[in-house]
Design a protein around this ligand. Sequence first.
Ligand SMILES: C[S@@+](CC[C@H](N)C(=O)[O-])C[C@H]1O[C@@H](n2cnc3c(N)ncnc32)[C@H](O)[C@@H]1O
Length: 332
Amino acid sequence: MAGTRLPPEDNDISQVRVPVTADLISDDDRSVAADSWSIKSDYGSTLDEDQRHADASEALAAAPYRTASDYSSDKEEPDAETITSMLGFQSYWDSAYADELTNFREHGHTGEVWFGADVMEVVASWTKGLCVDLSQKELQNHHENDNSDLDKQGKRDLADWSVLDVGTGNGLLLQELAKQGFSDLTGTDYSEGAIDLAQSLADRDGFATIKLLVDDILETKLDKKFRLVTDKGTLDAIGLHPDGPIKRIMYWESISRLVAPGGLLVITSCNHTRDELVQEVENFNQRKAPEESDISRNPPVFSYLDHIRSYPTFMFGGSVGSRVATVAFLRS
Ligand SMILES: C[S@@+](CC[C@H](N)C(=O)[O-])C[C@H]1O[C@@H](n2cnc3c(N)ncnc32)[C@H](O)[C@@H]1O
């Protein structure tokens, strides 16, 4: 269950990766969490969950890594791929956000800012830059020889970017994107408490136009496509469930339906490097590509566009990486 929540100023990035091991979860907790995993969100299902799970299992069987439940090893440390945590269960988040709502109501605390406020601000301003660039390129294509007022026009076009933040938590990334000039903003989370908290904070901070909905990304009820989809820490949390590898496959299926053609997906992760995220996307593209397809007629679903270079890098596992990776993918 969720522990005491720290006020944001006491948080640092080292807290994000740590509480991860299957041993932390009792059998009781597992079954409670497994039950809560299957609770449907408020507005009716359109796809059969068993079928999604079966499709993902099939894809996983063909994938070059194994599921958590296949793990049997006498190694002292489980492989990174098999690490699981309470953070993979909805019951954890429901409990965490119940605490955060209480803290908000009693003390006005904002709650946890995952990966810290600096990362959130960098993600928002960098994402804005990408969107402005893309808008300007589109404009240039339309008015090939007329560069006048492109800059102003590009910024105005930010208003045309519909934005979805999946697993929005307290919704602060959406507030940050609003400060950057985005105005069509939606946040979803499978935890009702998260949405209550995000709504309370949006109302308090003057961002009442942000739309907030309870929705599980793995069985989303949204039938709209968004030009920009952001994820900060949600794929990480999904991957920490004991069925993480299957759920990650379901995630990619779902997210690919939510990003509009020509749109952007911006993922921020603390559990995967840029190269790992790019590889995961390539695996997804391969699963989706019809065999021997002509790449000019069937471009990959997502292609790598850019990543944030300004985070500090560290050596780990023999390679250089950052504790936080933010990668942008373009939807074909
Ligand atoms: C690490 S927190 C990040 C929260 C927020 N994005 C942020 O950066 O502060 C992960 C969030 O993902 C949400 N989440 C996990 N699995 C989800 C799912 N299947 N569908 C929707 N939200 C999910 C959790 O409730 C939690 O709010």
